[in-house]
Write a protein that binds this ligand. Structure first.
Ligand code: HEM
Length: 332
């Protein structure tokens, strides 16, 4: 559960206590034209083994809150699947585009450094990466320096004490034009993503499942462009100096929705991070959608042209009073 800016307002949380990096999702700045623009006040991510249970959870909440709650959008996804019993590992889970998804991600449970990038700590706000300054030599393989939008959101200057261990949540549900995707040759699909389709290895390494977790060659040598500078993985994580601070914890789902017009297919992109401005929003505005990154004329993330955005929002998941009791949210 998370609340948006308007959600915290509706709860009567004083303005000075609001999560400092929270605002309604700025669709225009993100370059998206969603089918539904409304951010909503409250996000519920309802997960279970059966859609029957999910239905009932929402039904109980709707019934309980009556006129105080109106559902503005819902999307349904499914966990990545293999025929092997048990949880689908990230070595096997594939997005609907057929590529392994989840290979390069934060691991907040296993790494203290990664945990710091996911959860808010008001004492660490001073460490957030600042907006890029012009006039620096291009660290992304030379050439003319990137041009960034002039109105990038600056990082928050402070966070209230109560936000410790809370996290920002961004949701963005989109459809993928799977018929067009499926007509692309495999080497073209690999060029778009920047990884080998079957092995999942970075396209600038050997096509070998053993290389799946190997850092891409461009990380050490940005002049190596076997992973295109517009490929999805390079646009979303260009691996320049300090860029590791901008990574997010992705927890998305393949989107599958039956409609009277046929099956909708896509992705419910969900990520968690200690900010929105220095992470998801920077990634989207300064990198993926920026035609002038990593150098003028580079073009947008090649995957973007297959997407149609449905809905989404910016939220803040409150901290828990007791870590292993995930219903003990604390809101001032
Ligand atoms: C059409 C929708 C999308 C699809 C099918 C998709 C699929 C993928 C795939 C296959 C990978 C490579 C495997 C991996 O490292 O997990 C990947 C990586 C990634 N994607 Fe997406 N993605 C989509 C949208 C987005 C969006 C909207 C964002 C955020 C702006 C995003 C952020 C990332 C990040 C940060 C990585 C890891 C890059 C790295 O560290 O190498 N993706 N995605």
């Amino acid at each position: 559960m998370g609340f948006s800016k308007s959600g915290y307002e509706a709860l009567g949380v004083p303005a000075e206590e609001h999560p400092a990096d929270l605002r309604p999702i700025p669709w225009d700045q993100l370059g998206d034209i969603p089918a539904k623009r409304d951010n909503g006040d409250l996000i519920l991510q309802i997960c279970s083994d059966s859609v029957y249970i999910n239905e009932h959870v929402l039904r109980r909440i709707e019934e309980e809150l009556g006129d105080r709650l109106r559902v503005v959008w819902t999307v349904s996804g499914a966990q990545r699947y293999t025929t092997r019993a048990g949880r689908t590992s990230k070595e096997e889970g594939r997005a609907l585009i057929g590529f392994l998804d989840g290979t390069s991600n934060l691991r907040p449970r296993n790494s203290k450094e990664d945990e710091k990038l996911v959860f808010v700590d008001s004492e660490r706000v001073g460490e957030y990466p600042q907006l890029p300054q012009p006039g620096m030599p291009n660290p992304y393989g030379g050439g003319a320096e990137p041009i960034f939008p002039s109105d990038l959101q600056p990082p928050p200057a402070r966070e209230s004490k109560w936000t410790k261990q809370a996290t920002y949540m961004v949701v963005r549900a989109s459809l993928i034009d799977t018929p067009r995707w499926d007509r692309e040759q495999m080497d073209s699909q690999e060029h778009i993503v920047g990884r080998f389709k079957v092995s999942g290895a970075s396209l600038d390494l050997a096509d070998d499942p053993e290389m799946l977790h190997q850092e891409p060659a461009f990380a050490g040598n940005p002049a190596n462009e076997r992973v295109s500078i517009a490929a999805h993985v390079r646009k979303t994580n260009p691996r320049g100096p300090g860029d590791e601070q901008r990574r997010v914890f992705r927890r998305g789902y393949p989107l599958v929705q039956a409609t009277t017009d046929g099956l909708q297919r896509g992705i419910v992109f969900i990520c968690f991070a200690r900010t929105i401005s220095t992470q998801f929003e920077f990634m989207t505005r300064a990198w993926t959608n920026n035609e002038n990154f990593p150098r003028p004329g580079s073009g947008k993330d090649l995957l973007r042209s297959f997407e149609t955005v449905l809905c989404g929002g910016y939220f803040f998941v409150p901290p828990l009073e007791t870590r292993n009791r995930p219903w003990t949210w604390m809101v001032p």
